[in-house]
Ligand binder design. Structure first.
Ligand code: NAD
Ligand code: ZN
Length: 260
């Protein structure tokens, strides 16, 4: 193993009882999905968007859906969407699945909306910011796969179960995280004695706060990120590498440890 920090991370993970991964946009960078922040980030390119997207959606869901079906949303949204449509899971996603199958990884709390962790095969997955390949009803909470979406004559699309307003499952700026997902994430964080923070800048609340809660409760924080982040001060180990390089190597080492 070339990176001494990675060797130390493997050792800490092997000695932990309940490892929870917290993933962010950097995990999917090699799948061709741009991050928000950072040198190649969408906001660096287009500027930071307004943080009241959800409030605007609620004010005028029909207008929002009309912009959606006519592809006239903000430029950064259009660029992110086109990347999401083409993206495939990368070796970092597959390595996480390997760690889950070894039972080394007990759960993954993801901030990503790209659905690539689910597509790669992760099962103990909590997508706290939702999944763009699904719809969610604001009335009854029903989630449905987006599939091939043919916009109905009436916008916004009505929920088949309760007639309520349907939006993408992904959480908008200003939108509360659905309580079922937040509770599930909180349960895993409470159990965790080791958090593996992968490709997240640690800036988006309340997701980033979960790592601080775990740290305060005594969990070891391990970060995999080529750059310093807001979590760096609480990380016992910072592996300065891309997820796509570090995770397959970590899986290789831990496979040997677990299988003896
Ligand atoms: P962020 O954009 O704030 O930060 C990305 C982080 O990834 C940075 O710390 C960066 O240094 C790191 N990074 C860049 N390349 C990497 C690589 N190859 N390997 C590992 N790390 C790398 O992302 P965030 O912390 O997830 O928060 C942003 C919010 O944006 C989230 O809420 C998320 O929902 C949303 N988002 C999601 C996607 C996606 O679903 N793929 C993409 C962009 C933004
Ligand atoms: Zn409904």
């Amino acid at each position: 193993m070339t990176n001494p920090m990675l060797a130390a991370a493997a050792h800490a993970i092997a000695s932990a009882r309940h490892v929870v991964a917290m993933t962010g946009a950097g995990l999917s960078a090699e799948s061709g999905i741009p991050t928000f922040r950072g040198d190649d980030g969408l906001w660096t390119k287009f500027g930071e968007p307004r943080m009241d997207g959800y409030q605007n959606f609620l004010k005028d869901p029909k207008g929002w859906w009309t912009r959606e079906v006519t592809h006239t949303q903000d430029p950064y949204v259009l660029e992110l969407r086109s990347a999401l449509e083409q993206a495939q899971p990368n070796p970092a996603h597959h390595a996480l699945v390997g760690l889950e199958r070894l039972d080394v990884l007990k759960a993954t709390v993801s901030q990503n909306v790209d659905g690539l962790e689910e597509r790669a095969g992760l099962t103990r997955l909590i997508e706290i910011h939702g999944n763009r390949s699904k719809f969610r009803c604001l009335g009854c909470g029903l989630r449905t796969p987006r599939g091939t979406f043919v916009p109905p004559r009436e916008l916004p699309p009505p929920c088949a179960q309760c007639g309520g307003i349907v939006k993408y499952d992904s959480v908008m700026f200003g939108e509360p995280i659905p309580p079922d997902r937040m509770a599930a994430a909180q349960t895993e964080i409470d159990r965790a004695d080791c958090i593996l923070a992968i490709g997240t800048s640690g800036t988006v609340r309340p997701a980033s706060g979960l790592a601080w809660i775990a740290h305060a409760a005594g969990a070891t924080i391990i970060e995999i990120n080529p750059n310093e982040t807001r979590m760096t001060p609480i990380a016992s180990l910072s592996v300065r590498a891309k997820a796509v390089d570090a995770l397959p190597e970590l899986l290789g080492v831990l496979s040997n440890v677990v299988r003896g």
